[in-house]
Design a protein around this ligand. Structure first.
Ligand code: HEM
Length: 128
């Protein structure tokens, strides 16, 4: 019905957990991205991304309760994100999105956001 938001339409929390777990499985094996994550254990980073995405799409506001305002560009400022990092991030995310096997319209909505968000996070020119 009209009151079902995107978070609910895709299956709620379990769907976002599957998405982010799959994404971080890719990051764990990525020679470019893995060294960017300061913590040995990727679990806490996965939890933050899961809670952020759930909140963004209309689920519980647990992310902001724990972390405050997202301000994602500011939070990414310590990391050098050029086109190569963006494309690697998107490659793992695309694989994770595809594995959710959502209806095409929901996949398109989710992907459109993730792709735009990743381009928005770029903060470095390619040439040093
Ligand atoms: C945090 C890398 C794009 C959402 C992080 C961290 C790294 C990182 C290294 C720190 C790990 C942590 O402590 O959580 C990247 C790279 C990107 C990218 C290389 C390539 C474009 C995105 C996008 C989103 C996002 C597009 C959202 C759609 C987040 C969130 C956090 C985070 C929510 C945790 C922020 C916090 O509460 O501290 N990212 N990121 N990232 N990233 Fe990204």
């Amino acid at each position: 019905g009209p009151s079902v938001n995107f978070f609910e339409a895709v299956g709620g929390e379990p769907t976002f957990r599957r998405l982010v777990d799959e994404f971080y499985a890719g990051v764990a094996d990525d020679a470019l991205l893995r060294p960017m994550y300061p913590e040995e254990d990727l679990g806490p980073a996965a939890e933050r991304l899961t809670l952020f995405l759930m909140q963004y799409w209309g689920g519980p506001n647990t992310y902001s309760a724990q972390r405050g305002h997202p301000r994602l560009r500011m939070r990414h400022a310590p990391f050098r994100i050029g086109a190569a990092e963006r494309d690697a991030w998107l490659r793992h995310m695309r694989q994770a999105v595809d594995r959710l096997d959502l209806p095409p319209e929901l996949t398109a909505t989710l992907w459109d956001y993730l792709e735009r968000a990743a381009y928005f996070m770029v903060n470095a020119l390619e040439d040093p």
